[in-house]
Design a protein around this ligand. Structure first.
Ligand SMILES: [Zn+2]
Length: 409
């Protein structure tokens, strides 16, 4: 894969057979004019070229140009667990126990080196923005010294409470990464601590991120206070005798705690009912789906059509290599297409680009329009590129392909 780091003093005109602006229909024989790292104009080559006689031309011919991808949810520090958990798991709790036990055996250098390899693969796969969750911050220096943009969520896990939310300091060189606290899940963080983490984020205008409604065991625990999660909490010395089961679904429980609003990001959201859907709609909460992870842990896929029909902001994450064989947004897209072939591919591509950038708060990224940053991928597919836009999008998702170039600022 070639790389072109765009220079602010250059004036470029980039041409390709197909350009996918994401927020506008695909353009055949398109061109993008770039000046000062930002897109100035985009359209048919003939029209853009007329106005840009002095620009440096780059012609990618039989290629597709689209914005770089966004992986909204991963845990790079679990990368060293790749292939260590037998798949597929038919029991969510046994998967959780495996992660807890195997994680303890990892050394700091194993964690760091596997995370470094994952970052390299994410770059090769065309990802430009990452939402990374970690309990140790071992991955933070890697992220801050990388060409990625994103969020690092310092994840809190404490059902007994008693966690000190100190101010997180960030050095000035790492302005491409935002850092804040996140909560693991409704069953692993005490209600008071959940509210404290939300308050911390609200005060600093940061995103509050939490796994939610991932498994039936989570639903059972919140509705009855019983089940395998109760046993697990007791086994790990995390059970809180003062906890009164809310007798609510995960979404309703978080809503009752006043944690749901447009600055909250829920990960997974597999188990919801009609009332939950109404709450998700009226609060404007954001949702990140992780389809391959859900298939791996055996919890099933979220009801994506209901989300789309309700007009919710959906984005995509891979989750970690403890529940996925690779951190590839392309493979997540392919999985979505296999399970939902009647959903238009442009909806999935928007989830993997613009929606992800918007949810993580990166303005003017994730689409190719005037005023947007020129973070782009030049992709060649092995099949012949047709003149049909829908076929082109389907080929992009399903066919064998290669990212020939990355353009970034
Ligand atoms: Zn996760």
């Amino acid at each position: 894969m070639g790389e072109i780091k765009l220079q602010s003093y250059h004036h470029y005109i980039i041409r390709a057979k197909w350009i996918l602006p994401i927020l506008a229909p695909p353009i055949i024989d398109g061109a993008i004019e770039i000046k000062g790292k930002k897109i100035v104009s985009i359209g048919k080559f003939k029209e853009v070229f007329k106005k840009t006689a002095f620009a440096k031309p780059i012609n990618f011919e039989e290629s597709i140009i689209l914005p770089s991808l966004v992986n909204v949810h991963t845990h790079l520090e679990l990368s060293a667990l790749r292939y260590k958990i037998v798949l597929p798991s038919d029991n969510f709790i046994s998967w959780v126990k495996n992660v807890i036990n195997l994680k303890k055996e990892l050394t700091v250098s194993e964690i760091r080196e596997a995370a470094r390899a994952s970052l390299y693969n994410l770059w090769k796969e065309g990802v430009g923005i990452i939402g990374d969750v970690g309990n140790t911050a071992i991955t933070l220096p890697l992220l801050c010294n990388s060409p990625f943009y994103g969020y690092f969520f310092n994840e809190v896990l404490s059902f007994r409470g008693g966690y000190n939310l100190k101010e997180i300091k960030i050095d000035t060189e790492s302005l491409n990464f935002k850092i804040t606290y996140s909560a693991h899940a409704p069953y692993s963080v005490s209600p008071l601590l959940l509210q404290a983490i939300k308050a911390y984020n609200k005060k600093r205008k940061k995103l509050f991120c939490i796994h939610c409604a991932e498994s039936l065991e989570e639903v059972e625990f919140l509705k009855t206070g019983k089940g395998q999660l109760l046993s697990l909490l007791k086994e790990k010395g995390q059970w809180n005798e003062d906890f009164i089961p809310p007798k609510l679904s995960p979404v309703k429980y978080l809503y009752k705690l006043k944690l749901l609003d447009k600055d909250t990001l829920l990960i997974h959201v597999v188990y919801i009912d009609e009332e939950d859907l109404e709450i998700l709609k009226k609060t404007g909460v954001k949702i990140c789906i992780c389809p391959k992870s859900n298939l791996f842990t055996g919890v099933g896929l979220p009801e994506i059509k209901r989300f789309i029909f309700a007009g919710l902001d959906i984005c995509i994450g891979t989750d970690s290599l403890a529940s996925n064989d690779q951190l590839s947004i392309w493979e997540e897209l392919r999985t979505l297409y296999i399970h939902y072939p009647d959903i238009s591919p442009d909806i999935f591509l928007k989830m993997a680009t613009f929606n992800g950038a918007k949810v993580l708060g990166f303005e003017k990224m994730g689409a190719l329009l005037p005023g947007y940053y020129a973070h782009m991928l030049v992709v060649e597919i092995k099949d012949y590129l047709t003149d049909n836009p829908k076929e082109t999008l389907l080929n992009l998702i399903n066919a064998e392909k290669e990212i020939k170039y990355r353009l970034y600022v």
